[in-house]
Design a protein around this ligand. Structure first.
Ligand code: GLY
Length: 336
């Protein structure tokens, strides 16, 4: 397997790492050298700057003696409740039929347990329903009407199937019959607690104006989220179709199992996908990862993305390195 030499990476996409100094990127968040991508547990990492208040809620939950799963659930509920977030929760962009269909999953390292809901409408907190699927049923995943029936029976909080603002935007989209690709900035959150156990969760409204019934990577174990209590955990955000075809987060964890630093595991996963995919690096995918030693990292395609890291000592947004076709030789390597 060919991989980009480390020196080339340092001098290319991440010049900011040279000398181990903190360099501000255009976005304002710093990119950090590998040596600084580590902290003592409890440690929480999530996608995007909007993950920071979610991380802080998760940390407060742990500090109030909540479990790892309580922390993941309470943190992700913060993002699901944000009326300004157009890609997570019921304020999200609807599907092509004007209905917000939510995807979510949760995973516990201890016991290797998982729960998931897909294409569920009219419920405010899919992360809590995913947890109930894990804890109250013999199944891992419920979708669509069956998931809604389960949520209703278990008394989960309901909400409008689309917000007024998104309904107006959808009417306009429908009139124009545009196939506009809207953003899909999932929250994925992964956590290492003081006992050395790992947990994770993921929640999204998915690809804006998607076909009704479309599932992305976020409810798929090994797609949008994977937790292995022996090794580490990984989460994904971006275009789910380009993550789930490659078992993206499972692959990140497997690279960590081979000894890679979490950030290098994210980079190597993107390189692997880009080599196989006819689109090369034009993938719109991003990963975060954490290992049992408290090392963490992220990486994305293009100019990378920002992710949030929280522990008792700090809570901050960090810029990940990005990968483009300039960073590696020929991609889409299976093409003849
Ligand atoms: N990553 C979220 C989605 O594609 O639905």
């Amino acid at each position: 397997m060919k991989s980009m030499p480390r020196r080339r990476f340092l001098s290319g996409a991440a010049t900011a790492l040279v000398g181990g100094r903190l360099i501000q990127r255009a976005s304002g968040a710093p990119m950090l050298p590998l040596a600084e991508l580590s902290a003592a547990a409890p440690l929480i990492v999530s996608t995007w700057p909007f993950g920071k208040p979610a991380n802080e809620k998760a940390l407060a939950t742990l500090q109030a003696k909540g479990s790892g799963l309580d922390a993941i659930e309470s943190g992700i509920r913060v993002t699901e409740s944000d009326p300004s977030n157009a890609s997570v929760g019921l304020a999200g962009i609807p599907n092509a039929a004007g209905v917000v269909q939510l995807d979510s999953c949760i995973m516990s390292g201890p016991g290797h347990r998982a729960g998931s809901v897909g294409a569920i409408s009219g419920f405010r907190h899919p992360i809590s329903i995913a947890r109930a699927v894990m804890e109250k049923t013999k199944h891992v995943m419920l979708v669509g009407e069956g998931a809604a029936e389960f949520a209703a029976k278990n008394g989960f909080e309901t909400g409008p199937k689309v917000s007024e603002g998104q309904r107006v935007a959808w009417e306009k989209w429908k009139e124009e019959q545009r196939r506009t690709e809207k953003n899909h900035d999932t929250i994925a959150m992964i956590l290492l607690n003081e006992s050395g156990d790992l947990f994770g969760g993921c929640s999204t409204s998915g690809w804006g104006y998607k076909l009704p019934g479309r599932l992305g990577d976020s409810p798929i174990i090994g797609g949008g989220l994977y937790v292995d209590n022996e090794i580490g955990a990984a989460g994904a955000t971006g275009l789910g179709e380009n993550v789930m075809r490659y078992c993206g987060t499972f692959l990140v964890v497997e690279f960590m199992r081979q000894g890679l630093h979490p950030q290098d595991a994210c980079l190597e996963t993107i390189r692997r996908i880009a080599r196989l995919d006819p689109k090369g690096f034009d993938l719109s995918i991003n990963f975060i990862a954490i290992d049992r030693r408290g090392r963490f990292g992220g990486a994305g395609t293009g100019s990378g993305f920002e992710y949030s890291v929280t522990c008792p000592a700090f809570s901050r947004v960090i810029q990940s390195p990005g990968l483009t076709s300039k960073d590696i030789g020929p991609v889409g390597g299976n093409r003849k």
